[in-house]
Ligand binder design. Structure first.
Ligand code: UD1
Length: 423
């Protein structure tokens, strides 16, 4: 297994290009199953999760070609309706195939995903939405067995969970509804940019969707969707991670090819800590001279502060003087990075969904690992400012969501390398 070794102390300087969004690419790849003709996606990130999703689509009969930063999907032979546990276990986003399978095949057998390192992750809202469209879903032997042999019908539904909207359920139901008979109205829909990008992609194939980006999405069913070409939106979480890296190292970094409008709350919080931020249409410039103000963060559905940026901010705030707080409302157990940061000298206490962070003067390097993508990234960030060389183990978590993180950070001047465990 590879590890990343990072020696702290370098202020990052220069420009970094942001890749296409992982969390938009995954639902868009499954949405391509709805098309009648081949689809070409461009600006797709070179990531393990994208390769895993390609394997899922292939297992269902679709042809998939991964070529540099594009994915070509020919769904003509999409005919198999089962996703086994082994696949869903690797990547929860495999449940996205449920909607397209019901729409195209009228049936689906998909393993139920379990919890994961960031806590329990139910899919009751996916099930509720698909049932509202007329599908029959039963849970049997760890699988969801679904059928809609008489076809899906448009319906009005509220997809609200205890912590608000659900990105996955909104995408899944939207995909199922685009070819249902009649009109579907999703209330309490997730407003995340990845939902909008999935809707834009579906519209480019001929779907009729209005309101994506607001909390009410209306979908008029159509008989068929065409093929086409679509460019995936920039990854706001990757962009946010490099902004934090620039700020916390006291650097001067231009984050290019991104969507500043998708990062408003993140930019507000960076400015509140003391980073200097300027933006133009596709670039964010961060300078982190004096991070001296403790802050309070509360993760919320978009446009609130993203849970996927929480670990990286916790890392940064561990060396900001005073006491900061991070309240995690989406995944209250998502604090596995805290124990590792404390091993590096941070002073953080996490309890009942709230991390209280007492800023320390510096961190010191240690061997660390985390079993979650963003938590692992947070540890790499901590390594950038720690005294000595931090070894971040289980890098495959980072590879699921960050394209060549060590290359991008190294081009900004970080002292960082990937080492295969055989060395
Ligand atoms: C997506 C992102 C993930 C991000 C999360 C929240 C992808 C592939 N993953 O995950 O990176 O952290 O959004 O922004 O895009 N919930 C229910 N019932 C459900 C579904 C969700 O109660 O049926 C709850 C979840 O437990 C959580 C909240 O709703 O508390 C939000 O989850 P959701 O938006 O569905 O997350 P994902 O789509 O799984």
């Amino acid at each position: 297994m590879d590890q990343i070794r990072v020696t702290g102390g370098k202020a990052l300087r220069g420009e970094v290009k942001i890749s296409g969004s992982k969390n938009a690419t995954l639902p868009i790849m499954t949405a391509a199953l709805l098309a009648e003709k081949p689809v070409t996606l461009t600006n797709t990130p070179l990531l393990q999760d994208v390769r895993t999703m390609a394997a899922v689509l292939q297992a269902l009969g679709a042809k998939v070609i991964l070529k540099d930063r594009s994915v070509i999907i020919d769904p003509t032979d999409f005919s198999r309706a089962e996703i086994p546990y082994d696949v869903v276990r690797k990547m929860r986003a495999s449940v996205y195939v449920l909607g397209p399978m019901l729409a195209r095949l009228g049936q689906a057998r998909v393993s139920l995903p379990g919890g994961c390192a960031i806590g329990p992750r139910p899919i009751d809202l996916h099930i509720k939405g698909l049932r509202a469209l007329g599908a029959d879903l039963q849970l049997k032997h760890g699988y969801i067995e679904a059928n809609a042999r008489k076809g899906l019908r448009g319906a009005e539904m509220w997809l609200e969970g205890p912590s608000g909207s659900s990105v996955g359920a909104t995408c899944n139901v939207m995909m199922a509804a685009v070819m249902a008979k009649g009109t579907t109205v999703i209330h309490a829909a997730a407003r995340e940019p990845e939902v909008c990008d999935t809707a834009e992609f579906l519209k480019s194939l001929g779907a009729r969707i209005e309101g994506a980006g607001s909390s009410t999405i209306t979908i008029e069913g159509v008989d068929r969707l065409d093929g086409g070409k679509y460019r995936v939106v920039a990854d706001r979480i990757e962009a946010g991670t490099y902004l934090v890296a620039g700020a916390m190292t006291g650097g001067d970094v231009k984050v290019c090819d991104c969507r500043p409008d998708h990062l408003e709350t993140v930019l507000e919080k960076l400015a509140e800590v003391g980073a200097e931020i300027s933006v133009d249409e596709t670039t964010i410039h961060v300078r982190g001279g004096n991070l001296s103000h403790p802050i309070a963060i509360r993760t919320l559905p978009y446009p609130g502060f993203p849970t996927d940026m929480q670990a990286q901010f916790t890392s940064m705030l561990s060396v900001v003087p005073g006491t900061s707080t991070v309240t995690e409302t989406i995944y209250p157990d998502r604090f596995i990075h805290v124990a590792e940061l404390n091993r590096m000298g941070a002073n953080i206490h996490a309890h009942a969904g709230v991390a209280t962070i007492h800023g320390v003067k510096s961190l010191s390097a240690a061997p660390v690992m985390a079993s979650d993508l963003r938590a692992s990234a947070a540890l790499v960030l901590a390594g950038l400012i720690a005294k000595g060389t931090t070894h971040v183990l289980r890098v495959y978590h980072i590879d699921r969501g960050y394209e060549s993180i060590e290359k991008k950070l190294s081009a900004l001047g970080a002292q960082i390398e990937r080492v295969s465990s055989r060395q």
